[in-house]
Design a protein around this ligand. Structure first.
Ligand SMILES: C[S@@+](CC[C@H](N)C(=O)[O-])C[C@H]1O[C@@H](n2cnc3c(N)ncnc32)[C@H](O)[C@@H]1O
Length: 280
C-alpha cells in the first residue's frame, strides 16, 4: 500500500537493523520506560496499542520486557521490517498491521495503554491524530506521546527546514547518494563545532544532531545511524513540530486529562512528552 509514508517504508526496510542491536535496545528500553513512566509489572497481561511502530524498536521492548499483548501498526511498509525483527519473539502476543492512525481497524475504547513515539509530527493533522489515539484507549486508560517540540522562534531556523522543500522532491536514491558521499565530512565538522563549544552553529549543518545518537554506539554504527536520522529529517512528507502546551491542550479538548506535559530526560536523550488519561 503506497501513501505519503512511502519514504518511511524505504527507510525502515533499508535500515531495519540499525537501531535494533543489544546496545540500541537498551537505549530504546530506557526511553520507553522513562517516557511512559510505566513499570513492566503493571503491564502484565494488559492490551497495549502502539501507533507508528517503524522498524519495531519499541515493539521489541514490550515483547521482551513485559508480558503484555501488543497491537502495533504503521502506515508504511515498515511493518515488514518490524515483522522480520520481532515475529520470532512474539509468542502470539503481537498483532501487527499496516494502517493509518486515522482509520485504525479495531474497536474503539479497547486498550489499557496507548503510546505513540516520534510519529505525530509526521502526520498531516497533529490534533486529529491525538484525537484518534484517545478514542482507542479505555475510559481511565493512559495515552503517552512524544514528538518534536517547538522550543522558540529559532526552532525552524535550521538547515532541515530550509532544505526540506528541496530534499522532499528528490528521489530516495539521490538523497541517499548525497548523504553517503558527504556524511563523513559533515560528522567531522559537527564534532569540531561541538568540541570548540560552537554547538549552536550545528543547526546550520545539513545533518542530524549527532548528540541525539547514543554515545555507546561505535564509530561505524554512529555513521549508519547518522545517515538514517538525516534521511529521516529530510525526506518525510510532513514535519510539524509543536509546543508542548499546545499538545497538552489537544489532549484536554479531546477527552483526556493531562497527567504530565514536559521534557523527559534520560540516558537515551531528552524528549517532549505528554501523558493523559481518557475521561470521556
Ligand atoms: C520517525 S518514524 C518513528 C518510528 C518508531 N516509532 C520509532 O521511534 O522507531 C515515524 C513513523 O510514523 C509512521 N506514520 C506516519 N504517519 C502515520 C499514520 N498516519 N499512521 C500510522 N503511522 C504513521 C511512519 O510510517 C514512520 O514509520
Amino acid at each position: 500500500m503506497q501513501n505519503y509514508t512511502q519514504s518511511f517504508g524505504l527507510q525502515w526496510k533499508k535500515f531495519s537493523k540499525t537501531q535494533m542491536d543489544d546496545t540500541d535496545q537498551k537505549q530504546s528500553e530506557t526511553r520507553f520506560f522513562a517516557t511512559t513512566n510505566w513499570r513492566p509489572e503493571e503491564l502484565a497481561g494488559k492490551s497495549i496499542l502502539e501507533a507508528g511502530s517503524g522498524a519495531g524498536r519499541f515493539t521489541r521492548v514490550i515483547l521482551e520486557k513485559t508480558s503484555a499483548y501488543l497491537w502495533s501498526f504503521d502506515y508504511s511498509e515498515a511493518v515488514e521490517a518490524n515483522w522480520q525483527n520481532n515475529s520470532d519473539i512474539a509468542g502470539g502476543r503481537l498483532h501487527l498491521f499496516q494502517a493509518s492512525i486515522y482509520q485504525i481497524p479495531l474497536p474503539k475504547a479497547s486498550f489499557d495503554k496507548v503510546f505513540c513515539f516520534g510519529v505525530l509530527q509526521h502526520t498531516p493533522d497533529f490534533e486529529a491524530s491525538v484525537k484518534s489515539l484517545i478514542k482507542y484507549a479505555k475510559i481511565g486508560a493512559e495515552i503517552v506521546v512524544d514528538f518534536y517540540p517547538i522550543k522558540g522562534f529559532w526552532t525552524k531556523i535550521h538547515a532541515k527546514y530550509l532544505l526540506r522543500p528541496l530534499t522532499k522532491k528528490m528521489s530516495h536514491e539521490t538523497l541517499l547518494n548525497i548523504l553517503e558521499k558527504n556524511i563523513d565530512s559533515l560528522i567531522t565538522i559537527f564534532d569540531f563545532l561541538v568540541k570548540a563549544k560552537l554547538g549552536v552553529l550545528t543547526r546550520f549543518l545539513p545533518i542530524v544532531d549527532l548528540r541525539t545518537i547514543p554515545s555507546t554506539v561505535d564509530k561505524q554504527k554512529r555513521r549508519e545511524w547518522a545517515i538514517l536520522d538525516t534521511f529521516d529529517m529530510f525526506f518525510p512528507e510532513y514535519d510539524n513540530p509543536q509546543r508542548i502546551e499546545d499538545v497538552a491542550a489537544m489532549f484536554e479538548r479531546n477527552g483526556a486529562k493531562v497527567a504530565f506535559a514536559g521534557f523527559v530526560k534520560s540516558s537515551a536523550g531528552t524528549g517532549a512528552v505528554v501523558r493523559g488519561v481518557r475521561e470521556s
